[in-house]
Design a protein around this ligand. Structure first.
Ligand code: F6R
Length: 359
């Protein structure tokens, strides 16, 4: 039930620190070793390429997952939109392994791909929130998100759970393959930092409400920009904002704006800028100056180690590869408040359904 919450979306955003702790408890032992079915670890470790297929928010979680599997498992990854992949398979590697990300486990676009994977007798794993769902039953293996039921149409805690579970699997596979980056990565400690950081961010939600009131109450459009994993989070932040507030929002790789889209920046256009990537933090600051000089109203969400006193949201310091888990929280809150402050039905945006069972 919603309890004292006006909308499920805020309840589900608030539940995320608990979901991270739950995943850590269930998928990592007391020494921080991943607890994942051995057959799954062996099958992924045996592959020469991972194909992650999904739709919408789950696709965005897959874009983050690519970074995790390439870093910790040392396996190349291709991420595909299920709806495109289903009818235009790329040339596959010799030993592909397929991962389906789906909160509901019922998405028709993903089912089309899995059907063909099965016809080719190739191994697959569904990572889902729903035990016994179709994509779970039809795949070779299943891992559960353990996020608890997600009721709001806009996905929040399933996204962060998908990233955390992919991190567990990436580490398990990397350890089996003796990858130094996996063995050295203290995922248990990092997930504890993430849970704490998420809690600080949800406790600071009033600040995000103020930003929504100041910058998003009247705007027609908005942009999210970031580089590296922040680019993946920019896409998800934009999807959240547009689907619940109806503000036309696009996510961009920060440097791409100047290759065309910067033409859309006018006085007051909100540009929400994400900075966690040490390799590009200064460059993204440069992109902020470019849009500001064209009149944009910039909202910054910046990791503590790069933040200054003018930044709007300071993100708690966590490992770069897990930073999407904390960065997305203020982005989810911004979408929530933009929608609620307009008097919209946050949990049931127009034209949308919780699970999309048509192609
Ligand atoms: C957005 C959203 C959708 C779903 C997409 C896939 O907030 O919820 O984009 O992520 O329809 O759904 P699942 O994960 O159930 O396959």
């Amino acid at each position: 039930s919603k309890g004292t919450y006006e909308f499920y979306m805020l309840k589900e955003i608030d539940e995320q620190p608990g979901v991270m702790r739950h995943i850590s408890q269930d998928y990592l032992d007391e020494n921080g070793k991943p607890v994942v079915e051995q057959d799954i670890v062996d099958a992924v470790a045996d592959s020469d390429r991972i194909y992650i297929l999904a739709a919408g928010t789950s696709y965005h979680a897959g874009l983050v997952g690519k970074n995790l599997f390439e870093k910790f498992s040392d396996i190349p990854v291709e991420v595909g939109l299920a709806s495109e992949f289903g009818y235009h398979f790329p040339k596959l590697s010799k030993k592909p392994f397929f991962i389906f990300l789906s909160q509901s486990g019922e998405t028709a676009d993903s089912r089309v791909v899995l059907k063909q994977v099965n016809e080719r007798h190739l191994p697959s794993l569904t990572i889902t929130n729903v035990q016994g769902s179709t994509l779970s039953r039809e795949a070779t293996y299943t891992m559960l998100l353990k996020a608890g039921p997600e009721i709001a149409v806009a996905s929040t805690k399933a996204y962060t759970a998908q990233i955390a579970v992919q991190a567990v699997l990436a580490k398990a596979v990397g350890e089996k393959k003796n990858v130094a980056d996996a063995k050295e990565f203290d995922l248990k400690h990092q997930l504890a930092l993430v849970a704490e950081g998420m809690q600080q961010l949800v406790d600071g939600k009033e600040k995000v409400d103020e930003l929504a009131k100041k910058y998003l109450a009247k705007t027609r459009n908005a942009f999210y920009i970031g580089r590296g994993v922040d680019y993946a989070v920019a896409l998800e932040g934009a999807l959240k904002l547009k689907e619940v507030s109806y503000i036309e929002t696009e996510g961009f790789a920060a440097a791409e704006l100047k290759h065309g889209t910067i033409a859309l920046i006018e006085k007051g256009t909100p540009v929400i800028t994400l900075i966690n990537d040490p390799a590009t933090a200064d460059l993204t600051r440069g992109n902020i100056r470019e849009v500001e000089s064209r009149g944009a109203s910039v909202i910054t969400m910046v990791a503590k180690q790069f933040a200054n006193e003018n930044d709007d949201i300071v993100l708690p310091e966590v490992d770069y590869y897990l930073s999407p888990l904390v960065t997305i929280v203020p982005a989810q809150l911004l979408a929530y408040y933009a929608s609620k402050n307009k008097g919209l039905d946050v949990d049931k945006p127009r034209n949308l359904a919780k699970s999309v069972t048509v192609e």
